[in-house]
Design a binder for this molecule. Structure first.
Ligand code: MIC
Ligand code: SF4
Length: 710
């Protein structure tokens, strides 16, 4: 039924019933451990689990996959048995990166899905409302209860002109990041429109919507056009392709929206595809924009290393068939002129379907001849699963990749690696040039004979391809899984049954130490890093060992350390938190802008909760992290006056009194900040809690309510 009054953007909450849930192995473990406590027999909607994050990149697809199967056997077995038990599909290790597999198999215009990964909006390239969430949100949908979202605002992006030369879809989103920054999309859906959309294939559109996660948008979306039935058909979904062709108008905004977008969108951004030049965004943040024309200034001003130590082509963002085909075109042309890759070049195909098709068409053979190492169809170097024996941590170096994010330590765990994100085309040509400042628009390469070679940009041919069948794919669940047993070894270091978090209990929260005051950028990669820690994603107590280990303390400017109020020493955050927990002391975190940017990993909320955190108070939140904190029973609060962040000093404590009366939808709250010298001040705080979400806090977590049947 229609709501009685229109929802107010950025204020009202609305209930949704998404069509599908997708989870990847690194987040599915915690999501499924929670779902197992929800008291349900079967998932309420089609649900799939994708094994992609846990595969390490070292020597190439075959060996890396075999090693992953052996090393992660316990976790894969757990995921597989939970899938069989609760009626979910299990995409085996090697089948591909979640978003590419979803795009190929489950995306269609007009659908709605959620996924426990921030890049779920990749399917927005196919006109699907696809939203990244934490595992507890997935539990709602799998349990058949409505999933709540604050009614978003809308940003319209009008695309005109057409891409040419070395410019690609990646440059659309890299340039938009320069306009919106990493916070600009927060709380909004970014909708593309205009004549430029028709120039882009479905997988090119998906590059743009995938990386919408980087400006914080709830999701990004393209209207349906002929690229959609074409992709449906080439991925073996002819029936859907026919339906979409017949109903195209239903999956586009009404014509008045396109005629007078300013009336409907909160903001309209114009991007002329014809004017785009290749971007190289980075390092450390995807909204630091450079192009092949300006990067020389960057190197000069910021002392980036010009020599490139390695190039990577892959990730959910840019590892489609057409991406590999474009790279192979450049490689073939250069090989013919006597030039090979000068740097290491690692390639992770997006899925086994892409791998099989690229192999069939000779694309992988060309890339290998060029010098590329083909890695498993998985996240690999994009998520720190990259072993670099030749690059000791701490060595300053430059890498170039076709991924989407480039936060510190993200790819190889080395804080001194500067990562630049760019298109597969630029990755390939820079692998041949070996230096960051090579400009394919103006510069030439030199071959062994001393000849000057101008590299050729690939033609923009999005000719449709009939995809080959993958060798590694889906294991369907039995029709009745109730007899399947799911076992967790109580001695396991990787999996641990979850104990419900305690209810709030109606108490005032008095004299809480500020355990950590984060300075500057504090993404989920800073709060709960991935890489080697991916091993503990199913074991809450063990993964707590990484809490805030990448975050910079505002008091000392060093990472990962907190002042222990009990003995006056600076120690690792988890150590101090455990000492407080042992004494039943609750504590708080204070943070800067866009706190919790990046990943959907709810570990960044569950770890502090497990160790006794009761409130996180920041200048502003990234959407998914704020929701994760609320779901896990932590108070997620923002300063009414961001300048109040400055008031926090070492040894400060905070108190909240009268919470039941003060925590009301739409109302500000107050908090007392007590300084070491005995003085105190009152600070006004904002929040976005709805009536129902306040109940999550009271119950100790949203899951506690579901488990209690409420
Ligand atoms: C990422 O790209 O940061 C990840 C790893 O895919 C995360 C999920 C995770 O932390 O497991 C994401 O984007 O949500
Ligand atoms: Fe995997 Fe990287 Fe995509 Fe995250 S961004 S899903 S780690 S490929």
């Amino acid at each position: 039924s229609l709501p009685a009054k229109p929802f107010i953007r950025g204020k009202d909450y609305a209930d949704f019933f998404p069509d599908r849930v997708a989870m990847q192995d690194a987040t599915a473990q915690m999501a499924l451990l929670q779902f197992m406590n929800a008291g349900k027999n079967r998932t309420a909607v089609p649900t799939t689990v994708h094994c992609d994050h846990l595969i390490e990149a070292l020597s190439g697809a075959g060996e890396d996959l075999s090693r992953a199967l052996a090393e992660n056997a316990e976790v894969y077995e757990f995921l597989k048995s939970v899938c069989a038990r609760y009626g979910m599909g299990y995409w085996q290790p090697g089948s591909g990166i979640i978003h590419q597999v979803v795009l190929e198999n489950y995306s269609f215009p007009g659908g709605m899905m959620i996924g426990t990964d921030s890049h779920t909006p990749t399917a927005g390239g196919m006109g699907m409302a696809a939203i990244g969430v934490g595992g507890a949100d997935a539990v709602d949908v799998m349990a058949g209860i409505p999933w709540e979202l604050q009614w978003p605002g809308f940003i319209g992006v009008r695309l005109t002109g057409s891409l040419s030369g070395w410019a690609s879809a990646k440059d659309v989103i890299c340039s938009l990041l320069g306009i919106l920054t990493v916070r600009g999309g927060t709380g909004h859906i970014v909708e593309y429109f205009g004549p430029g959309c028709g120039q882009l294939s479905a997988t090119e559109k998906a590059v743009i919507t995938d990386m919408g996660a980087e400006h914080g948008a709830t999701t990004s979306l393209f209207p349906a056009d002929s690229s959609h039935p074409e992709y449906l058909s080439s991925t073996g979904r002819q029936d859907l392709a026919d339906e979409v062709k017949l109903n195209m108008q239903l999956f586009r905004a009404d014509s008045e929206v396109y005629e007078t977008p300013e009336k409907y969108f909160d903001r309209v951004v114009e991007i002329d595809l014809s004017s785009l030049v290749p971007h190289l965004n980075g390092p450390m943040t995807p909204d630091r924009v450079w192009t092949v024309n300006t990067i020389k200034d960057g190197v000069k001003k910021n002392n980036y290393t010009d020599a490139i130590s390695a190039c990577c082509l892959g990730s959910c963002n840019n590892a489609s068939y057409h991406d590999l085909a474009a790279a192979a075109f450049i490689a073939k042309d250069l090989l013919g002129k006597g030039i090979k890759a000068r740097t290491d070049l690692f390639i992770t195909p997006g899925s086994d379907m892409v791998r099989a098709t690229a192999e069939r068409d000779g694309i992988l053979a060309t890339l290998k001849n060029f010098g590329a190492v083909i890695l498993a169809n998985a996240c690999g170097p994009c998520i720190g699963q990259w072993k670099r024996p030749d690059m000791p941590s701490g060595t300053k170096n430059t890498i170039v990749n076709s991924f989407n994010r480039n936060f510190a330590k993200r790819n190889d765990g080395n804080p001194a690696t500067d990562a630049f994100v760019t298109s597969p085309e630029i990755v390939t040509v820079l692998a041949a040039a070996g230096r960051l400042t090579f400009n394919p628009l103006t510069d030439t390469l030199e071959n062994g004979k001393g000849e000057k070679i101008r590299p050729q940009a690939p033609p923009r041919n999005n000719i449709s391809v009939q995809y080959a069948s993958p060798e590694i794919d889906l294991v369907e669940p039995p029709s009745d899984g109730s007899a399947v047993s799911v076992s967790i070894d109580p001695k396991s270091g990787r999996l641990q049954k979850l104990e419900p978090f305690p209810a709030w209990g109606g108490r005032d929260l008095l004299d809480l130490p500020v355990l950590f005051k984060a300075k500057g950028k504090c993404t989920t990669d800073h709060i709960s890093p991935a890489g080697p820690w991916l091993e503990y994603r199913g074991h809450l107590d063990n993964i707590c060992g990484n809490l805030l280990s990448g975050a910079v303390s505002a008091y000392t400017d060093r990472t990962g350390e907190a002042l222990n109020f009990l003995d006056g020493k600076y120690q690792e955050v988890p150590h101090v938190a455990r000492e407080y927990k042992a004494r039943s002391m609750q504590w708080v975190i204070v943070g800067d802008d866009n706190y919790g940017e990046g990943s959907s990993r709810e570990h960044a909320a569950m770890e502090p909760r497990h160790l006794g955190c009761i409130a996180v108070i920041v200048k502003s939140f990234a959407r998914i992290h704020e929701a994760n904190l609320k779901k896990q029973g932590i108070l997620a609060l923002t300063f009414a006056d961001p300048a109040d962040y400055e008031r926090f000093k070492e040894y400060d404590r905070v108190s909240f009194t009268g919470i039941a009366e003060k925590l009301k939808p739409g109302m500000d709250m107050t908090m007392t900040l007590q300084h070491k010298d005995g003085s105190a001040e009152t600070i006004t705080l904002r929040h976005t809690y709805s009536e129902g979400q306040i109940e999550w806090f009271k119950a100790g977590s949203a899951l506690n309510l579901i488990a209690a049947g409420r």
